[in-house]
Each structure stands twice: as C-alpha cells, then as structure tokens.
Write a protein of this length. Structure first.
Length: 131
C-alpha cells in the first residue's frame, strides 16, 4: 500500500508491503529446494520519502527504507534485514540538463550463511541530458 501527501513545495510518500512465498510441492512428496529459487519466506518492508522544492530549479530529497525477510518452514529462524537512508539534491542546469547528487548509508544484517552482513556508505553524482 502507498500513501502520498502533496503540497505546494513538499511531497511525502509512505509505502508498506508484506507477502508470503511458499514453494509448491506435490501431495505426499517432500519439497526439493531449487538453487536460485526464493521459497518459504515472508518479505516485509516499507519506505518514507520526503521531497522539498527549494526553488524552481532545485530540490532536496530524503528516503528511509527498511525491509526484512523471515524464513518459513524449512527456513524457520532465517532472517535478513536491510535498512538504508539516502539524502539527495537535484539541480536543473537548463531545460534539458540536470545534475543530481546523493549520499546513502545502508546496513544489511543476516543470520543466513549465504548472505553476508555489511555496512556501506556511498556517494552518487550524475548528469542527465534529454535529447
């Protein structure tokens, strides 16, 4: 579900989701895990995004996201969490050209051997031009 609040200079959105994924099996047979298939899990998450127009050509944005995947059935007890925070700025340089920059911090934590836990901070800068 997503909710959006719009104002003259500000916009804010809220998103949440939850689903359950189950691997289908034949009646009376044990399930066989296939490599690369995400099975028996419950992903949940959400995001909050805020945008502020500072002028006709410049805007700021902030996004906070959180997601987690919990294992079900044979994967009971498995958990992976992902949290990120991004702050960005966008400047229109001309009618067809814009510059964007952002700073993001992300933290992934997991008790699953195949998914390493880590923290990262990254910087992005980009120039866009419409032809």
């Amino acid at each position: 579900a997503t909710w959006v609040l719009l104002g003259r200079r500000n916009s804010m959105s809220f998103s949440v989701y939850r689903e359950t994924r189950r691997q289908l099996t034949e009646s009376g047979r044990d399930s066989v895990e296939l490599p690369g298939v995400i099975s028996d899990s419950r992903p949940t998450g959400g995001a909050v995004e805020f945008n502020r127009r500072l002028s006709r050509v410049m805007s700021l944005s902030a996004v906070v996201r959180r997601s987690s995947i919990d294992g079900l059935a044979a994967r009971e007890g498995d958990h992976t969490g992902d949290t990120s925070l991004r702050l960005g700025i966008h400047q229109e340089l001309s009618l067809r050209t814009g510059f964007s920059a952002a700073l993001q911090h992300r933290r992934v934590s997991s008790n699953v051997d195949a998914v390493p836990s880590y923290r990262e901070t990254s910087v992005f800068a980009g120039l866009s031009h419409r032809f």
